[in-house]
Design a binder for this molecule. Structure first.
Ligand SMILES: *Cc1c(COP(=O)(O)O)cnc(C)c1O
Length: 399
């Protein structure tokens, strides 16, 4: 890597110290990464890892995918900036490509730059479309950290330091039909759900629960919003996780994997919802920029042409079976869909995650006891088998 800092120490320890000195003090990482290829990552000391985190479901095509690299480079050489009050060829193509992959009726897209921003937009559109403010959302749900999105996020340690939050939310137990039925009423603006709770521990929604949410929203004049920021864009072996359930929401939000690592967020909604916002009622400077649009188009194109949904279904089943087959008394359960899987332990996950890191596998926690697997969608059978074997070893070792 040729740069001007060749005389500056830049192994793991040195990089971590440099970041710790001037960073915001929010994290305490134990490793620094400098290069990636496919589902492999290399740290600053040259050690190789199998990436089962993908930047938290972001690197959908893996690292340095040639199609993505080329799309970004080509677009950077042509036009990076074009705000949404002006038209653009690549953005037009992305809007069409996105809508063509959505359930019928979801045909209007607001492009933003992150998941939280997409959810902020959804909240504003929900208020504009219903004239109401109350939200019904799920316990253990996660919607982001900005004030509006944080209103919808359940985790008390994230919320409480910043209360009161701007939107009133009734939190109901996920998958509990009775609580949902009791909570949705004629004051509800929007029922807000993830089809698989990611941060909250990899909990898959019951189909009848999502259908009940649809029915209740319709009965009470509320909207149904499905947050697919983590579960969308092929992660579960369908373009949207909600396709597993056949539910028809009024709004879907996407972000993480959509542009393969380039910041992006999207709110996809019905014509009826979209038209409720007055002209100029919302906006963003960077949203819909041609660079991110080109990256997203490359991801959508590759999903289709490389038949990645079928691949995800197949390797996801292989990983699920491998993890389920671990004969460890320390495992409570394995759950999830496609390549969004959680291994729940009967003990704290953090020490096992750290041992996996030493063994060259990068995973991420989902709550205190769940190890979450979110590899690039292109991960190979061999890498999946190696991951399972290393998880078995990590569970054999005593912390
Ligand atoms: C990550 C995530 C968000 C927030 O996205 P950011 O880009 O981090 O703001 C929202 N909802 C879900 C389900 C997520 O997983």
């Amino acid at each position: 890597m040729a740069d001007a800092t060749t005389t500056t120490p830049r192994g793991n320890e040195a990089l971590l110290a440099r970041e710790a000195r001037h960073g915001p003090g929010l994290w305490a990482p134990s490793v620094a990464f400098v290069r990636g290829q496919g589902a492999r990552l290399w740290d600053a000391d040259g050690k190789e890892y199998i990436d089962c985190m993908a930047g938290i479901a972001v690197a959908s095509l893996g690292h340095s995918h040639p199609r993505l690299v080329e799309a970004i480079a080509e677009q950077a050489g042509r036009l990076i900036v074009c705000p949404q009050n002006l038209g653009n060829d690549v953005r037009a193509a992305l809007l069409e490509a996105l809508v063509s992959r959505m359930p019928a009726g979801l045909e209007r897209v607001f492009l933003a730059n992150s998941g939280a921003e997409a959810n902020e937009a959804a909240l504003k559109w929900a208020v504009a479309a219903t004239g109401r403010r109350r939200v019904v959302a799920a316990k253990r749900g996660f919607a982001g950290r900005t004030m509006g999105a944080l209103s919808l996020t359940w985790e008390p340690s994230y919320r409480e330091p910043f209360a009161p939050l701007p939107y009133p939310v009734d939190f109901v137990a996920f998958n509990d039909a009775d609580e949902l039925e009791a909570a949705v009423d004629d004051d509800t603006a929007v029922v807000w759900l993830e089809p698989i709770q990611g941060e909250g521990g990899v909990h898959v929604a019951d189909a009848h629960y999502l259908h009940l949410a649809r029915e209740l929203a319709t009965r009470h004049g509320a909207l149904l919003a499905i947050d697919e920021i983590q579960s969308g864009v092929g992660r579960t072996g369908r373009f949207l996780a909600l396709e597993h359930f056949g539910v028809r929401p009024d709004m879907v939000t996407l972000a993480k994997g959509l542009a393969g690592g380039v910041p992006i967020g999207a709110l996809v909604m019905t014509e009826g919802v979209a038209s409720a916002m007055p002209k100029g009622g919302h906006g963003t400077t960077f949203g819909g920029n041609p660079l991110a649009a080109a990256a997203a188009l490359a991801v959508l194109g590759e999903l289709e042409e490389a038949d990645l949904l079928a691949h995800v279904e197949r390797v996801g089943a292989r990983l699920h079976a491998g993890l389920s087959g671990l004969a460890s008394p320390r495992v409570r359960s394995v759950r999830g869909l496609g390549l969004m899987l959680g291994l729940e332990l009967k003990e704290k996950a953090a020490p096992v995650i750290e041992r996996l890191r030493e063994l060259g596998v990068l995973v991420v926690a989902a709550g205190a006891t769940v190890i979450r697997f979110l590899p690039p969608l292109v991960i190979t059978d061999d890498d999946v088998d190696a991951v399972v074997e290393r998880v078995a070893r990590a569970l054999d070792q005593r912390g």
